[in-house]
Write a protein that binds this ligand. Sequence first.
Ligand code: COA
Length: 158
Amino acid sequence: MLSWMLDPEVGANLGLTRQPTLEKTRAWIEKALQGESIWPYAIFLKATHVGNVVLDQADAHLRSARFSVYVGAREARGSGVGLTGMYYALGKWFLDRDLNKVWLTVHALNAPAIRAYSALGFQVEGVLRDGFLLNGERLPALYMGLLRDDFLKLETEQ
Ligand SMILES: CC(C)(COP(=O)(O)OP(=O)(O)OC[C@H]1O[C@@H](n2cnc3c(N)ncnc32)[C@H](O)[C@@H]1OP(=O)(O)O)[C@@H](O)C(=O)NCCC(=O)NCCS
């Protein structure tokens, strides 16, 4: 996971603000394993761990949480694995957790991510001007949200 985070395509696109270290990565895994403030799923391709889909920042009152995803293994990207991992994880979360909405922000140039989110039913709810710093360049960030009912509707249509 540390090597994934050190890959600029992952770290920069996720908007990491601090240099990843092994210690921080281990601390994140410990926290994720507790399953309280972070709800993760690992993405596997042919029995190899290639990425993660994660919910955090849960709001019990609104029944919402923030969504993030990365396929860390470079060679696995672009083959549909990210989209498939997100689809299964969202299905499980909406089924197992009392969630009404998941949301995320993504910079406007991250085409693979935006295409995948749109295919899953996420809608752009707003544009955050200068909302993202990508290698020193200020970019607009899209705020995207997916409601439980919209996701379930998409599932029944397929
Ligand atoms: C975003 C990410 C998880 C998508 O996973 P993936 O396995 O690479 O993507 P998929 O193969 O499932 O494809 C998803 C969609 O993106 C499209 N896509 C894939 N690579 C693309 C590229 N380089 N340019 C444009 N579109 C691309 C696919 O065609 C597909 O759209 P379609 O279903 O309309 O054809 C992955 O690219 C990643 O981890 N990126 C780095 C981290 C990151 O950006 N995370 C998101 C931060 S908000």
